[in-house]
Design a protein around this ligand. Structure first.
Ligand SMILES: *Cc1c(COP(=O)(O)O)cnc(C)c1O
Length: 345
């Protein structure tokens, strides 16, 4: 090590730079997404904050979709604002209209497709084309697509960020995030921030994600099929006024999903637009097989309803219910939903 003038970046030196186990996971994740480099972070949110802190500097400007993951917005309004980074929120359906929002100091365009909770599928190729003309990098929260249902790099994205906590880990028992990219200059930017921030993960957690990858394909296919089966049943229920699942025409950006995506995953939302908030809560509480919880991508079905949600409108937000379909028999899940609808009606 002492003899090496510039240490070989692929040689194991020290834990925080990646143990052999972490490096194996980094290589596989880059291969799955078709990227060149992977950075691992201790949660999905840490992968988001690593990316934002790497690309944004004091006096800079960030474009963030209104439909982004709540904590991403909190970071923009919190630490990033304190550091002198300005953020403009944009309509996730803006497509090439994003060009008009790019300012001389814009350093990053953030995308998330579909959007958290309200599931807007973005026209990513239109956004990346507009960004490229202005030389602004585009980062995507690609957690729903899991790096396989949506090809971020083919769509022109520079940086693909994921919560591995969801599908790759797959068993609701660990937290991890990834940042996958291609451009060597971007890699140097992220690597420098990663080292300074000490963003690293333990090899034991990496070995669990590597184990999750052995069944990743089977689980994702099965979850996607079960979610479609449950969503199809829900689409015929009179209580459901909006079905926000990318494979259904109610979902904003459904046409982009049809054009750009290879499939759909396990999480989607319904709006019970004719009900009261009280009925929505009774419905959620009457479900047996669905645990109440925020996460997704694991073996168990989950449900959540956000009382303060102001999207898609302030009236409809509190009547939205997000479902994560797990590995249970979809017929059992449908029976559970049917019973809960009757209990809350
Ligand atoms: C869960 C999630 C995250 C954060 O992942 P954690 O590992 O829980 O920090 C980020 N983005 C999206 C879209 C998510 O659903």
């Amino acid at each position: 090590m002492a003899a090496a003038e510039r240490p070989d970046p692929d040689q194991y030196r020290y834990g925080i730079d990646g143990t052999p186990t972490a490096r194996e996971l980094m290589l596989r994740l880059a291969e799955i997404e078709g990227g060149d480099r992977t950075f691992l972070a201790p949660s999905g949110l840490a992968a988001i904050s690593l990316t934002l802190l790497a690309f944004l500097t004091s006096g800079g400007h960030l474009l963030l979709p209104e439909s982004c993951y709540g904590p991403t917005r909190e970071l923009a309004d919190g630490l990033l604002a304190d550091l002198g980074v300005a953020t403009s929120l944009y309509d996730p359906m803006i497509a090439r209209g994003v060009a008009e929002l790019i300012q001389p100091n814009t350093q990053l365009i953030w995308c998330e497709s579909p959007g958290s909770i309200t599931m807007e599928v973005q026209d990513i190729p239109a956004i990346t084309a507009a960004a490229r003309r202005r030389g602004v990098p585009v980062a995507l929260d690609n957690t729903y697509g899991a790096g396989v249902l949506f090809d971020a790099f083919a769509a022109g994205v520079d940086i693909s960020v994921q919560a591995l906590t969801k599908y790759q880990a797959g068993h609701s028992d660990l937290l991890m995030g990834s940042v996958v990219l291609r451009d060597p200059a971007h890699a140097r930017t992220v690597e420098s921030a990663r080292r300074q921030l000490g963003m690293s993960v333990s090899p034991d957690d990496c070995s669990l994600v590597l184990r999750g990858l052995k069944t990743f394909d089977l689980r994702l296919r099965h979850l996607g099929r079960s979610a479609l089966e449950v969503a199809t049943w829900l689409s015929k229920r009179p209580e459901v006024t909006h079905l926000l699942h990318p494979a259904f025409p109610d979902c904003p950006g459904h046409e982009f999903w049809k054009r750009d995506w290879r499939g759909s995953a396990s999480v989607f939302s319904i709006i019970l637009g004719r009900w009261t908030r009280g009925q929505v809560i009774r419905f959620v509480e009457a479900l047996d097989l669905f645990g109440i919880g925020y996460s997704w991508g694991g073996a168990n079905s989950l449900v959540f309803s956000y009382g303060e949600l102001r999207r898609p409108t302030p009236e409809l937000g509190p009547l939205l219910v997000r479902l994560n379909i797990g590995l249970e028999d979809p017929a059992d899940l449908i029976a559970d939903l049917e019973r809960a609808f009757a209990a809350a009606a």
